[in-house]
Design a protein around this ligand. Structure first.
Ligand code: ME8
Length: 677
């Protein structure tokens, strides 16, 4: 039986400057879906590319004093190199300057003209060059572009128009019959209210030629409007109308697209104009148009003069592509805007990757080396504990699948992390070091086998999100990576549900940390210096592309960002500020006095997945004996400090008024390490 196909696309990006982490986010979510579908056995086609015929690209080349195509070639090379480094597994990269695209766009234009969908008229109105968008007087907001708020240019020229109005009713009916067409659904209402219901105006589909762009067939005075040209990339890349049967077979196999992925500002073009163009061409419509949120900076817009443009290459150099991908996918709630901060990235890398994931593999392998001579031990019979663990894994895999079906990347990773955290707890509870001491060799082997096996499962589940890390995990588990490449049975997606599929007897590899723990303060200082350096470089370099206008989305964010509160007033914080504080439930294992510090107690805390020492100023209110066994709430992501020579990794919460103090705790039973929010 033929495999089901899955055709997914990113927007084609304007090559007018190097891409930033917002673009990297878009490519990463698309890639994650493509990889996931491949693992699930789909015949996947993943398309990305560049939208090169835009006027603003030509203007940027002129500013840089370069011939347009040469300018574009250089940027395209930088984009392709970034995608390679980030592990973006596209099957095809389309450049709209390629003949395979340009010739077909002209054929499409002629076909639409012959059918009477395109006619010659006169355009009088406004044009936003940064957005490459036409606007009517009525649509402008305070005389500016309603999308990005920038200046618009008055245009009056003979132009070709597309009779959009012909298809508006069919499009509205399509929305009704296919409620899943636009994700999230709120955007559908926006399309209906703002564009379709008030009456769709005919779209101007040409510009006066200025030496760049695709010529209107038979009219060298004009070029085809860049959005008409750009949108068709999704089918020209599949050989539509190419006359080449091998290439047209791609069209037959993959069209209609399953998902067009993009950020919210261009949903309008994909949910209105693109379906109408397809209707006019008598082609089926894509199954889904998915608009994600924007990646914003803490101080609003990303601009080189502010020194806050984040080049993904810098983060890949320092932390690896997988670390960047993990952060983007885990930290941003899909569909919503997310604020990028170096602090939150460092925290994710330290807590989730170095502590939780890295530690699980590291401590297990170290014990296998110490107790089992560096060989994967034999599995033993499951006890109730393993049965429960196995149920947790099956549930988590289901959660990952459900989450990915609704584009909830963060939720999918959180589900994988329930396995990782349980793995660490399992080690704590089973205490292999004690089994070793007690000479319970078989049980010891079984426990370590299970933990290694859990790493196999985690490795499989991580593949769509972090394409480089699983191979490293598998290699350390002694699995031949070439076997992993061939997707052997124990590394298939289905095998992630089954404990006990790891072969035993093979030698594990030397312990090599997956992710390094970072000194947050030092990292941030160094990164800020590096980012500032990047700005300098861009501005000084003669003949270099001048700094880009800030990404539109980031500019809008600045305009919308709330003003600072006046001093002396309780500062309201957003949920994103609160979310920075990681509160967790911990149990006090023991408390001790600190010599010559009568206010301080040194506490050993159990967080389920790790032990911590915290120094707390509660000696006047609690005795060490009273504290032992208490459940407390720990601020788990506080920078470590030294108090009276003792390291303190966090702070426990207490309520205090006057000379009273009471520890904050949680009512009832809850797993150690549980997040308080
Ligand atoms: O619009 N956060 O190209 P473009 C998240 N050529 N995603 C972001 C982002 C941010 N801050 N900034 C950019 C175009 N993006 C047209 C598309 S498609 C036929 C033509 C991502 O270079 C996001 O996917 O301006 C957004 O939709 C896209 O880049 C816009 O890229």
């Amino acid at each position: 039986m033929d495999k089901s196909t899955y055709y997914i696309t990113t927007p084609i990006f304007y090559p007018n400057d190097r891409l930033h982490i917002g673009h990297a986010y878009s490519a990463t979510v698309t890639d994650t879906l493509a990889r996931y579908k491949r693992l699930r056995g789909f015949d996947v086609r993943f398309l990305t590319g560049t939208d090169e015929n835009a006027q603003k690209v030509q203007r940027k080349a002129q500013e840089a004093g370069k011939e347009t195509l040469q300018f574009v070639d250089e940027i395209v090379a930088s984009i392709q190199s970034l995608w390679r480094r980030l592990g973006i597994s596209y099957d095809d990269y389309i450049r709209t300057t390629e003949p395979r695209h340009q010739e077909i766009v002209q054929k499409i234009f002629t076909k639409l003209q012959d059918q009477g969908d395109i006619y010659l008229g006169e355009y009088e109105g406004w044009y936003c060059t940064p957005d490459e968008s036409y606007w009517t007087e009525r649509q402008l907001v305070d005389g500016k572009c309603p999308d990005c708020g920038r200046e618009v240019e008055r245009v009056r020229e003979k132009s070709y128009f597309f009779r959009m109005s012909r298809y508006a009713d069919r499009l509205i009916a399509h929305y009704q019959e296919h409620p899943e067409f636009i994700v999230p659904e709120s955007r559908k209402n926006e399309m209906l209210q703002n564009f379709l219901l008030p009456g769709l105006e005919d779209l101007c589909v040409s510009r006066a030629a200025a030496g760049w762009g695709i010529e209107v067939p038979g009219d060298p005075q004009r070029v085809i409007y860049v959005w008409l040209d750009a949108l068709t990339n999704y089918i020209t890349a599949l050989g539509y109308l190419s006359g080449d049967s091998a290439r047209e077979a791609l069209m037959a196999r993959y069209w209609p697209a399953d998902v067009h992925m993009m950020a919210k500002e261009i949903v309008r073009f994909h949910a209105i104009y693109w379906p109408i163009i397809l209707m006019a061409l008598d082609l089926p419509l894509p199954k889904q148009v998915v608009g994600h949120g924007w990646l914003l900076m803490k101080d609003g817009k990303m601009s080189k003069s502010k020194g806050n443009v984040v080049d993904p290459n810098l983060l890949i150099d320092r932390y690896s592509a997988d670390a960047l991908r993990y952060f983007l996918l885990r930290d941003i709630a899909f569909g919503q805007d997310g604020v990028f901060t170096l602090e939150s990235m460092m925290e994710r890398l330290n807590y989730d990757l170095a502590n939780d994931l890295g530690n699980l593999l590291h401590r297990t392998l170290s014990m296998v080396e110490r107790f089992c001579g560096g060989q994967v031990p034999a599995p033993g019979p499951h006890t109730d504990v393993e049965e429960r663990f196995s149920t947790l894994i099956v549930d988590a895999v289901t959660q990952v699948e459900l989450a990915l079906d609704r584009y909830d990347f963060s939720g999918a990773l959180a589900a994988i992390w329930t396995i990782v955290r349980r793995g660490n707890q399992y080690i704590d509870e089973m205490a292999p070091w004690a089994l070793n001491k007690a000479g319970q060799t078989e049980r010891l082997g079984a426990v370590l086998y299970n933990t290694l096996d859990v790493m196999r499962i985690v490795g499989i589940l991580l593949e769509p999100f972090m394409p480089h890390t699983p191979a490293r995990i598998f290699a350390q588990l002694g699995l031949d990576v070439s076997v992993a490449d061939r997707r052997s049975a124990e590394l298939s997606w289905a095998a992630a549900r089954e404990m006990g599929r790891l072969p035993s007897g093979q030698a594990t590899q030397k312990v090599e940390p997956l992710f390094m723990r970072l000194d947050v303060e030092k990292e941030i200082a160094e990164l800020e210096a590096l980012l500032a350096g990047e700005v300098g470089k861009g501005e000084v370099g003669k003949g270099e592309a001048k700094s880009a206008p800030p990404a539109k989305s980031l500019e809008v964010a600045a305009a919308e960002s709330p003003k600072a509160e006046p001093e002396g007033v309780t500062t309201l914080i957003g949920i994103e500020d609160f979310a920075k504080v990681e509160l967790r439930v911990a149990r006090v294992i023991e408390a001790q006095k600190i010599e010559k510090a009568d206010k301080l107690l040194k506490l050993q805390l159990d967080l389920g997945y790790e032990r911590r020492q915290v120094v707390s100023g509660i000696a006047k209110f609690y005795t060490p004996e009273e504290l032992a066994g208490q459940l407390v709430i720990l601020v788990a992501n506080l920078k470590p400090v030294k108090l009276r020579g003792e390291a303190s990794h966090g702070m426990i919460l207490a309520a205090s008024v006057g000379d009273q103090l009471r520890l904050a705790t949680v009512a009832g039973d809850i797993e150690l390490g549980a997040v308080v929010k």
